[in-house]
Design a binder for this molecule. Structure first.
Ligand code: CO
Length: 248
């Protein structure tokens, strides 16, 4: 079932997503060579709890941390670790918060120090691919219009989109229907309606789209061990077009 949110519910989701946005902004400010992703995990949880919100991922299907921190070839669901970040790394930070009954969910990828031109191009392309998808999140469009826009943009830039993980509806549950793939033909799937909220989250690989899961059961890495980037926004579909709940 796809839930339709009332204006009051959308306002609540704007608030939970504002907390996610603030957490990610503070994490970006703290990302530097020498900092560990476990430091970032602690900062994310403290910032979230200070706002009276609950970290959404901790305990979700047994996920052991508040933050997903995926470094370099890690695609998503990277475990925060004691390995200090190094100049030139890229780190994808995905954070969710539960506030007054509603979830917020967003992700960004940032370079540490001075990332390579290739790394910067991957990050910029992934951020822009999310924008391309969001522009299709309009009343009357079909779900896969979002998917197709993301895939077309990414592949035009010579990168590949991950198939094994997808975006999702979001609201009173972290993961609601429908699934939102980042690939596929246009014009398929449900018709988008005002009050739907979608977490759109392209994962883009420098090389091939194949991923594998490490022995920890969570961390997804590129099979070819080339770089991967991830951006996510929670987006409401409104009569006036897409509204980025997790935006500034
Ligand atoms: Co998500």
């Amino acid at each position: 079932m796809i839930t339709i949110k009332s204006p009051q519910e959308l306002e609540k989701m704007r608030r939970s997503n504002a907390i996610v946005r603030e957490v990610l902004r503070i994490l970006e400010e703290n990302t530097a060579a020498g900092v560990t992703t476990l430091d970032l995990d602690r900062i994310s949880e403290e910032t979230c709890r200070k706002r009276k919100a609950k970290p959404a991922f901790k305990g979700y299907r047994g996920y052991p941390f508040s933050l997903c921190a995926s470094v370099n070839e890690q695609v998503v669901h990277g475990f925060p670790s004691t390995r200090p970040l190094r100049d030139g790394d890229i780190v994808s930070m995905d954070f969710g918060a539960l506030f007054e009954g509603f979830y917020g969910d967003a992700a960004v990828t940032v370079g540490v120090g001075r990332p390579s031109d290739a790394a910067k191009r991957l990050i910029d392309t992934t951020r822009a691919a999310l924008c391309e998808g969001i522009q299709k999140a309009r009343c009357g469009n079909r779900l896969s219009d979002i998917s197709h826009a993301v895939q077309t943009f990414v592949e035009a830039h010579g990168f590949s989109v991950v198939r094994s993980f997808v975006g999702h509806g979001i609201g009173r549950e972290l993961h609601e229907e429908p699934q939102v793939p980042n690939f596929g033909p246009p014009g398929k799937g449900i018709r988008l309606r005002a009050g739907m909220v979608l977490a759109i989250e392209p994962m883009v690989n420098e090389g091939g789209c194949e991923v594998e899961i490490l022995e920890d059961g969570w961390t997804a890495v590129t099979r070819d061990r080339k770089l991967s980037a991830h951006f996510e926004h929670s987006v409401a579909i409104t009569k006036n077009g897409p509204y980025i709940l997790s935006g500034d």
